[in-house]
Ligand binder design. Structure first.
Ligand SMILES: Nc1nc2c(c(=O)[nH]1)N[C@H]1C(S)=C(S)[C@@H](COP(=O)(O)O)O[C@H]1N2
Ligand SMILES: [Mo]
Length: 406
C-alpha cells in the first residue's frame, strides 16, 4: 500500500485515531498535509496487530503469525495473518457501499446496499478456517516464488453475515450456472484502474453451502480494514484466496470464472504429482479446491524446557478443508511410534478443531514432538513434505516443536 495514498484526504478525526492522540492545532494544517507521524505508519499499529507478528512484505502488506500466537480457539484480529495482492481501498463510505450480483447466469441482476443485505436476509455466524494456499511455501525445494510463508498464514475467526445462497436465490440463477467469481474494491499495485489485483471464485456447489457467507462482521465487530471491511466473501476450508475481501460484485458464471489469478500457475497445482523442479504446462494444472488435512501445535513454543519427571501439556488446532479431522496423534521418536491426542469436534462445519495431550518423556535429553492429523477419509499429514509444485502451495507437513528435558 502506498502510505501517501492512504493518508491522502483522511479526516482529522481519522488521523487522530491512527496517531492515538488529538492533533491539537489540526485545523491549521494545510489542505492535504500529511502529518509526520503518519508518513511511515507502523503496520502493527495501523492494522492493530501484535508486535510478534512477522511482516513478509509491505507493498502489498503481507503479515503472518507465529505458531504460539494462534493459541486462541477463535483467532483475534491481532494474530490474524494478512494477505493482500493489491492496495487496500481508501476512504470507504459504508453508507454508499453496494454489492452487485450479475453475470451470464443471473436472471435479474441486482445491487444491494449493505443495509439491505443486513435487513432482508437472515444472518448467520460460523467459525471458519481460512488458510492461504501458499502457507508453508518457504519449505519447498527448489524454492517457489511468492511470499515465503512459514506456518502462520492460517486463522479461524467467527464470521457473521448472510448466506450467499439466499442472495443468489433472490436474484435467480439460471440452470447453466457453474461458478461464481468475485470482484473487489482493492486496486492494482501498478495503479492501472482497469486491472484487478485478484478476482477468484468457487464452483456453484461451494457457493451454495450453508457456511458460505457474505460477511460484514468478524468476531462480533465490523471486519477490520485489512481483512475486507465492510463486506467480504468467506469460503471456509478452501484456499483463502477464494474469500474475496472488500467485496463489491459477484458474477454468476456459465463457465469456470476466468478472473485474475484463476489461470496459469496461480492457485493451481499439477493435476498429477511431478518430480521437484518439473516444468508443468498450463493444461496440466488443476485449480486447488478443498485444503488438505493439517494441524498446528500452538502450545508450548518450540524450545520449551521441562524438568525431568514432569509431563508436557501440549495443545493446538487441526483442520481438514471440507472434511472433519477424525484423529490427532503425536510422536516423540521422529515418527516411529504415534500416540493419541484428545480431539474436540468442530463448533460448526469448516471450523478448526482443538486438540490437547499430556506427554511423558522417558529420560533427560533433546526431543522433538511431531503432531499429525488424519481426516475423515483416512488421509494423514505427510511427516516431512508433500508433493512439490511450481508455486509452492499446499504444504501440510507435520508441525514439530523442540523440547528439552533437563
Ligand atoms: N479483494 C481481495 N481479496 C482477497 C485478497 C486480495 O488481495 N484482495 N487476497 C486473498 C488471499 S490470497 C488470501 S490468502 C486471503 C487473506 O485473507 P486475510 O488477509 O483476511 O487473512 O484473502 C483473499 N482475498
Ligand atoms: Mo492466499
Amino acid at each position: 500500500m502506498d502510505r501517501r495514498d492512504f493518508t491522502y484526504r483522511l479526516s482529522l478525526v481519522t488521523m487522530s485515531s491512527i496517531l492515538g492522540a488529538d492533533i491539537v492545532f489540526g485545523h491549521n494544517m494545510p489542505k492535504n498535509y500529511l502529518p509526520l507521524g503518519l508518513q511511515d505508519p507502523d503496520p502493527f499499529e495501523l492494522f492493530h496487530k501484535d508486535k510478534e507478528m512477522v511482516v513478509l512484505n509491505d507493498k502489498p502488506w503481507n503479515m503472518e503469525a507465529k505458531a504460539h500466537l494462534l493459541n486462541d480457539d477463535i483467532t483475534p484480529n491481532q494474530y490474524m495473518f494478512i494477505r493482500n495482492n493489491g492496495k487496500i481501498p481508501q476512504n470507504i463510505d459504508v453508507s454508499k457501499w453496494t454489492l452487485t450480483i450479475d453475470g451470464e447466469s443471473v436472471k435479474n441482476p441486482k445491487t444491494y446496499t449493505l443495509d439491505e443485505l443486513k435487513r432482508r436476509f437472515t444472518q448467520h455466524t460460523y467459525q471458519l478456517t481460512l488458510e492461504c494456499g501458499g502457507n508453508g511455501r518457504s519449505e519447498f525445494n527448489p524454492p517457489a516464488k511468492g511470499n515465503q510463508w512459514t506456518i502462520g498464514a492460517v486463522s479461524c475467526a467467527e464470521w457473521t453475515g448472510v448466506r450467499l445462497r439466499d442472495v443468489l436465490e433472490d436474484v435467480g440463477v439460471n440452470p447453466d450456472a457453474v461458478y461464481i467469481g468475485y470482484h473487489a474494491a482493492d486496486t492494482h499495485l501498478s495503479g492501472d484502474p482497469k486491472k484487478e489485483p485478484i478476482s477468484r471464485g468457487v464452483p456453484l456447489a461451494k457457493a451454495l453451502q450453508d457456511e458460505t457467507l457474505l460477511a460484514f462482521s468478524m468476531n462480533g465487530q465490523d471486519i477490520p480494514l485489512a481483512h475486507g471491511y465492510p463486506l467480504r466473501l468467506v469460503c471456509g476450508g478452501w484456499p483463502a484466496s477464494t474469500s474475496g475481501k472488500w467485496l463489491t460484485r459477484i458474477s454468476v458464471r456459465n463457465q469456470v470464472h476466468d478472473g485474475e489469478k484463476m489461470g496459469g500457475s496461480s492457485y493451481r497445482v499439477p493435476c498429477e504429482t511431478v518430480a521437484p523442479g518439473t516444468k508443468v504446462d498450463d493444461e496440466n494444472m488443476c485449480i486447488i479446491e478443498s485444503m488438505p488435512i493439517k494441524s498446528l501445535i500452538t502450545y508450548p513454543k518450540s524450545g520449551a524446557l521441562i524438568k525431568q519427571g514432569q509431563t508436557l501439556k501440549m495443545n493446538g488446532h487441526a483442520w481438514a478443508g471440507e472434511l472433519e479431522v477424525s484423529k490427532m496423534e503425536y510422536s516423540i521418536d521422529f515418527g516411529s511410534t504415534w500416540h493419541h491426542c484428545s480431539l474436540k469436534k468442530p463448533t460448526n462445519r469448516l471450523a478448526w478443531q482443538h486438540f490437547n495431550v499430556t506427554i511423558p518423556f522417558p529420560q533427560k535429553g533433546y526431543y522433538e514432538v511431531w503432531a499429525r492429523a488424519t481426516d475423515s477419509q483416512g488421509k494423514s499429514q505427510p511427516m516431512v513434505l508433500p508433493g512439490w509444485n511450481p508455486k509452492g502451495y499446499l504444504n501440510n507437513a507435520c508441525h514439530r516443536i523442540a523440547v528439552k528435558i533437563v
